[in-house]
Design a protein around this ligand. Structure first.
Ligand code: SF4
Length: 670
């Protein structure tokens, strides 16, 4: 029997999947040949992990576990669900009687299907726990910047509109790793000119018509220089600026100072390439894809705000082939996130940033319990040494929900086994393509594992919570959500086709030219932002270059890992090879390093050892090491550390968000 389902990972592609089931067992997981973007093949990492670790009973957690050894050692005994939930609820009640805000919960995008990702929030809203704001570990600066400028970060272009585009600018994203099908099909088959702006010459950049390999942290300077050229090319849409934006006249004097020579000096690019890119954008209609990596910098909010002015001054909104994309939120489809998360139950407890999590966990007066679901913070968070100290506290009651043992479960008092996406029904809303899909159960949950949502239903019951929202069934939630999105025929029909597109034709971004800001216009200058301390205008500012003995370390996504997932799969581990740092040949020569040399990277928070790979995919002065390895898999060269051991948790300029690409390190041969 073949079952159609959908990949619920944190990925632009939202692939259709075909699962072959023989005698109630999954025999293979592959791409759905009927899905127009997946075309029968999943990405490399999912092909390996879904047919490997996800199906491996030796790796999957099968039962609730209770700690029997020291924290951090991962020694547990098996307990029943009732025993685990009885102890957990008793402890949570005790803390709640004192101050429920001392219960911290962290989550992110381990499983992005709607119910598994959002329903647990109902429990925490009711509890009054402190949420570690999920997007602060990833993309919050960009969200804040775009909300301020155009009123939302969650209404992007519809990729299908590219058939009418003259150019597609991909800025600070690496589709070849994070949107492999968009790289392989959408970009490749487009007639538009592809311009990639990125400090790394990744595979999408290799194939682009033009790659601007700028200095990290100089993106705002490039945006201002592009605006300068657009003025001189008479490419501004004066009618659009006049009627649908506010503040261009205020920004103009700053733009006029940023000619391409100035831009070249600050970005490290050639003046002529800046002019060439601006001319291509000017021809329009143009699409601008702003990646998540772009804003993981100290000035990330200002950068996004600066880049996003390009479509505003050229009228690249509200017509076929034009627009900007950061993300397409599920709300755009009609999904009611407040309903799914039980926002009505919220006690308005202020959230904290992931950048402050380690400090908060170290502080006994501010944290008594820590619950993690859909996240593996011992891989993904900054200040790893400090985080481990906090997690090792004997008086911190920690519960971790996962489908595998991880570095984070090693610190738990209780580990609760989650079902994988192959084991329960749910819905998936694409955040790039405007697709809506079924996640269909292909087999019963492994062992005693349960879907996230069922774990929190049970826990609500042990807490004696009376609210009926906490017990609403998946069937009812699916039924209502399909109604909200306007999909007819129910879940059965959706499962039979896998994926549907709620509209046949490409949707126009902001078709009425009405932007959800306070003024209804794009707010290039903003008194609201000024009052919040975000600056009235974006600024043409750049990071200072590193000194000669320091290197800027960037840690982007590997094509073999999915954020903090998959690093426990044997075949993925093999593909990853030895943990390495990629260094430009000029820098390697200067330091006397060769391919395979062992080096130590160090800064104020720690040091790690890596083997050297030499390549000009990075500029001189920039080094790169992929994120997402599990410390427990790095025992050899790196000494149970991963690249986040070098992340001091510096915040970006907006949203208390991660500035992980701003790390500076010294490199010494070992
Ligand atoms: S991670 Fe992305 S590319 Fe890979 S199978 Fe899932 S949706 Fe497709």
């Amino acid at each position: 029997m073949n079952i159609k389902t959908t990949c619920p990972r944190d990925c632009y592609d939202a692939c259709g999947i075909e699962v072959k089931v023989v005698s109630n067992q999954i025999s293979s997981v592959s791409g759905d040949p009927d899905h127009p973007y997946t075309r029968g093949s999943l990405c490399g990492k999912c092909t390996l992990a879904y047919n490997g670790a996800f199906l491996d009973p030796k790796l999957r957690l099968a039962n609730p576990l209770r700690r029997v050894g020291d924290k951090g050692t991962g020694q547990f005994e098996t307990v029943t669900w009732d025993e685990a939930l009885d102890s957990i609820s008793a402890k949570l009640k005790e803390i709640t009687d004192d101050n429920p805000a001392k219960i911290l919960h962290a989550h992110y995008t381990g499983t992005c299907s709607l119910i598994a990702n959002k329903f647990p929030m109902r429990f925490f809203n009711k509890l009054g726990a402190t949420e570690v704001e999920p997007d602060t570990v990833c993309n919050m600066a960009g969200h804040i910047a775009l909300e301020q400028l155009i009123g939302t970060s969650l209404v992007g272009f519809d990729p299908r509109t590219s058939k009418d585009s003259h150019s597609i600018f991909v800025w600070g994203a690496n589709p070849s790793a994070t949107a492999p099908h968009a790289h392989q099909y959408w970009l490749k088959e487009s007639n538009a000119k592809i311009i990639v702006i990125d400090p790394v010459r990744h595979q999408t950049a290799e194939k682009a018509d033009l790659h601007l390999q700028l200095r990290p942290g100089s993106d705002a300077a490039l945006a201002f220089s592009l605006m300068h050229v657009l003025i001189h090319e008479n490419a501004l849409d004066e009618e659009f600026i006049e009627n649908y934006t506010i503040g261009w006249d205020e920004l103009l004097p700053k733009v006029l100072l940023c000619n391409p020579e100035w831009g070249a000096k600050h970005t490290g690019l050639k003046r002529d390439d800046i002019i060439k890119a601006a001319k291509i954008y000017a021809e329009g209609p143009s699409l601008l894809w702003l990646g998540q990596g772009l804003q993981r910098q100290r000035l990330g909010g200002n950068i996004i705000r600066s880049c996003a002015i390009l479509p505003a001054i050229t009228g690249n909104f509200s017509k076929p082939g034009s627009g900007l994309l950061y993300l397409n939120g599920s709300g755009r489809m009609g999904v009611d996130a407040d309903y799914l998360t039980g926002a009505n139950l919220s006690k308005d407890v202020p959230s904290i940033s992931h950048m402050d999590l380690a400090e908060r966990l170290e502080n006994k007066s501010e944290s008594s319990a820590f619950i993690c679901w859909n996240i593996n913070p011992a891989v993904s968070n900054p200040e790893q040494e400090r985080l481990r100290r906090g997690l090792a506290r004997d008086d911190l009651f920690t519960v971790v929900i996962d489908i595998f043992e991880t570095d984070s479960t090693d610190y738990a008092d209780f580990v609760l086994p989650a079902a994988s996406f192959l084991e329960f029904d749910d819905l998936v809303s694409g955040y790039f393509n405007l697709s809506f899909s079924a996640q269909a159960q292909a087999k019963p949950p492994h062992g005693q594992s349960l879907p996230n949502q069922e774990i929190f239903r049970k826990l609500s019951s042990f807490m004696n919570f009376p609210e009926e929202e906490l017990y609403e069934s998946d069937e009812k939630i699916i039924e209502k959500t399909l109604r909200d999105v306007g999909i007819e025929g129910g879940f059965k029909k959706l499962k039979s086709i896998g994926t549907t597109w709620p509209t046949d034709e490409p949707q126009i971004q902001f078709p009425e030219k009405l932007f959800p800001t306070r003024s209804g216009k794009i707010e290039i200058s903003s008194s609201v932002a000024e009052k919040k301390g975000l600056g009235r205008l974006p600024e043409p500012i750049v990071d200072a270059p590193t000194t000669s003995d320091k290197y800027r370390l960037i840690s982007p996504a590997s094509r073999w890992l999915m954020n903090g997932s998959y690093a426990n799969d044997d075949r993925v581990i093999k593909k990853l090879g030895s943990p390495e740092v990629i260094i430009n040949p000029l820098d390697a020569d200067r330091m006397g390093l060769h391919k395979g040399s062992l080096v130590s990277l160090s800064n104020e928070v720690g040091s790690i050892r890596l083997t050297v790979e030499i390549s000009d995919v990075v500029r001189p002065g920039v080094v790169m090491s992929y994120k997402g390895r599990w410390p427990r898999q790095c025992l050899g060269v790196m000494g149970k550390n991963n690249v986040n051991f070098l992340n001091p948790g510096t915040k970006a300029d907006m949203g208390e968000s991660s500035a992980v690409h701003n790390i500076e390190v010294s490199i010494t041969p070992v």
